[in-house]
Design a binder for this molecule. Structure first.
Ligand code: TXA
Ligand code: MG
Length: 326
């Protein structure tokens, strides 16, 4: 059962309470409807991927009620401060380095060292973010492969029965997603054109590299960035045994309990495993390196539910580094 909540004080308070409890709530922004979850709760974020049936873990945008809150989680540079002052709240998403103390779950950013942050302009979305009192991860509220929804009815068609509630704030004014700008490197790079025009951005901060192509010719599309996090230790997939010099990423009953072992889900639940995947890879990489181990063995994970996305991510982590694009 998916509840439709009115965008009055009671509806906003209820939606905020649901988000704090780890439930999924779709809400309108000025661009498109987002499928929200508490960005600091990996299990809740994992639920987003399950509900959307995404075959891989795209990094998600974190939504904040104010720029001060966003910049407590990421490190802004001068361009980011200028853009925030001029264009937030609004349809601009900035990719910036995570702070060391950033409480946002690694799964939200697909294990990357950067995080996409935005302050949406819709008053109901802002009221909801204040009611939730924490960063909210929200991709567009459609099933994977379908178009982004701009009304509560669209969301219901795609996700009805799969999420707790939809906060209905009427049709979205902009109708296309936010502009995604990567400010984490030497030069600003446009990763996705959207509601904020490149002209407006360039008038504020100067030239932006368009089309995701750097002057050197290297492609930096979000798809390429999907190389994401890869551990420094080699990764061996579908392991039936663990070697003496390997750490173990376990799924279901662990093959071994000795040495560096991280259990993704003792009961073999892919949604629980997804929530713990990036945390597990980082911990095994650090712990395995500390113990002088030479690799990470990964137990087989079935290709059902979020298992597909987990295997996609693991096979990139296991690929030769130039192939994985890292
Ligand atoms: O208008 C919007 O932005 C909507 C509303 C709900 O706010 N949200 C949205 O989210 O469109 P989503 O998840 O569908 O798109 C996020 C985009 C993806 O293209 C993703 O690859 C990129 O942002 N992205 C997120 N984090 C990133 C990061 N750390 N580095 C590079 N790209 C990132
Ligand atoms: Mg989308």
């Amino acid at each position: 059962m998916t509840d439709i909540l009115l965008d009055d004080d009671a509806g906003i308070a209820q939606a905020g309470a649901l988000l704090r409890d780890g439930a999924l709530v779709a809400f309108g922004t000025e661009t498109v409807y987002g499928l929200g979850a508490d960005a600091t709760n990996a299990a809740a974020v994992s639920g987003i991927f399950a509900a959307k049936q995404r075959p891989h873990f795209n990094p998600l945008i974190c939504h904040y009620a104010a720029f001060e809150a966003a910049f407590r989680d990421v490190i802004p540079n001068e361009a980011a401060r200028v853009l925030a002052a001029a264009l937030w709240p609004g349809p601009l998403t900035m990719v910036l380095p995570r702070r060391a103390a950033c409480p946002v779950a690694l799964l939200t950013g697909a294990g990357l060292d950067t995080l996409a942050v935005r302050v949406p302009a819709h008053p109901v979305a802002l009221a909801l973010l204040r009611a939730a009192g924490r960063p909210i991860a929200a991709p567009s509220a459609n099933r994977s492969g379908q178009v982004s929804p701009t009304t509560a009815a669209h969301v219901m068609q795609g996700l009805g029965g799969r999420i707790a509630a939809i906060l209905d704030s009427g049709p979205c004014a902009v109708g296309v997603e936010s502009t995604v700008l990567d400010l984490s490197g030497e030069q600003p790079i446009l990763l996705r054109p959207g509601g904020a025009t490149v002209e407006a951005i360039e008038a504020l901060i100067g030239p932006v590299i368009r089309g995701g192509v750097t002057p050197g010719g290297a492609l930096r599309s979000p798809g390429m960035l999907a190389s994401h996090y890869a551990p420094s230790l080699p990764v061996r997939l579908n392991a039936a045994t663990v070697l003496a010099d390997e750490a173990l990423l376990a799924f279901g009953p662990p093959l071994s309990r000795a040495g560096a072992v991280f259990s993704l889900s003792p009961s073999g639940d892919p949604t629980e495993a997804a929530a713990r995947l990036f945390e597990g890879l980082r911990w095994l990489d650090a712990e395995g390196t500390r113990l002088g181990l030479r690799g990470i063995a990964v137990m087989p994970i079935p290709l059902t539910g979020l298992g597909l996305a987990i295997n996609d991510r693991l096979s990139r982590a296991a690929a030769p580094r130039d192939e994985a694009g890292v």
